[in-house]
Design a protein around this ligand. Sequence first.
Ligand SMILES: *[C@@H]1O[C@H](CO)[C@@H](O)[C@H](O)[C@H]1NC(C)=O
Ligand SMILES: *[C@@H]1O[C@H](CO)[C@@H](O)[C@H](O)[C@H]1NC(C)=O
Length: 485
Amino acid sequence: MKGYSSPPFLSLFLLLLLLSPLASVVALLRAPPRLPAFYAEKLIRQLNLFPGEPVNIAAESGRFVDVPRIVERRFKFPTWSILVTLRMFYFFFESRNSTEDPVVIWLTGGPGCSSEMALFYENGPFTIANNLSLVWNEYGWDKVSNILYVDQPIGTGFSFSSDRRDIRHNEKGVSDDLYDFLQAFFKEHPHLAKNDFYITGESYAGHYIPALAARVHQGNKAKEGIHVNLKGFAIGNGLTDPAIQYGAYADYAMDMGIITQTEHDRINKALPLCESAIKLCGTDGTISCMAAYFVCNTIFTAIVARAGDVNYYDIRKKCEGNMCYDFSNLEKFLNEQPVRDALGVGDVQFVSCSSTVYQAMLMDWMRNLEVGIPALLEDGIKLLVYAGEYDLICNWLGNSRWVHAMEWSGQKEFVAASEVPFKVDGSEAGLLTSHGPLSFLKVHDAGHMVPMDQPKASLEMLKRWMHSSLSRQAPLDSESLISSM
Ligand SMILES: *[C@@H]1O[C@H](CO)[C@@H](O)[C@H](O)[C@H]1NC(C)=O
Ligand SMILES: *[C@@H]1O[C@H](CO)[C@@H](O)[C@H](O)[C@H]1NC(C)=O
């Protein structure tokens, strides 16, 4: 945040403000230093979360100096063995089917939200009941994979550091940490290193996922460490190519009837400025990226202001008061003493979503992460982009547009490919476009959190995608793993 109040930024920011045709949102921008904090707090409250600390920085610096790189505990929770580690904290669940199944890593977005949000509310082996006991999730992704949920970037969830310099500001920092984590994990569990490996996640992880995929691929090519058998990466309702995705907001909102044509046209007057700011930001800008964050978010803010109390993760729903979802049981459960003792987290706080990490990543927000993807596709690494159709914030339209606009050797065929129904149990659960290693899936009846809204379809999606049978017709029910387990 050093460059934040520096004169060049401020003057660029003011210049952009003066140029901004969106007078109605200028008021929101009057106090720029507080705005990111406001967005971060709002995000956290909307999930009904109240982390005790803004970030996990341990007080004493010497505390974990002599511990090995990776500290794990195996325990029953309630009947399944799990491994956890400190510093980069993670849950690991062995596949309920076979340890030979692929290893999958899940990354929650935010930026700054714990991956345990997905573990307990989306695709983990259990959900938290209201009495805080754990209930099996029939459609947990551990039914077809050995799955890791990592708290990252450092400072979120139970991951912590004693050094503030470990707070990350960009995808280089994030992907290097994750790469180091994977190396340590596979060193400790060499029998899993030969399994296929997939990177998955959601929302802001639309930045993390392509960055990590590129980092792993680069490490493999350079024979840097243990070979990680990367086969594919999947982005769910992600933010990957901001220029295209911010351009789709008003179109999506109008298509869905939450703003009028007049409002659409007025709001999009900010678009040329937003697009040029994003262009300046590119893949590695700094101050221009900050300016782009402020300017472009006027578009989103204006839409939300028009739309009233609509839940922008699922426009079919309303936010009650400040609350759009109630994930408070996550904090209650992970702060129970017996749970904390079992996890061995000592006095480390559980930071469900970190406002500090959110703000530290602001310069990363508008960077284009699409640019590294074509090289991965050319090397045969699969990409699945999927999106629940009722999400506004990372809507399917913006995602579909960048996936179609992406230049790679199969682009023509991909663009020409016809949409086919993605069927689960004989009914259409989504619409699929695919060619070669690239697939795009629009998921019906789902918002931002697809595995929460469509658990069965999302498990089928993961399974068929990993088995490269996403575009094949649905298996007969008798052959389906889901109904046989
Ligand atoms: C807690 O709730 C779950 C799910 O509703 C239920 O199956 C379980 O029996 C309850 N446990 C206790 C101790 O009440
Ligand atoms: C379950 O495990 C077996 C044995 O490794 C494997 O052949 C099969 O493909 C797995 N099923 C699924 C759906 O992943």
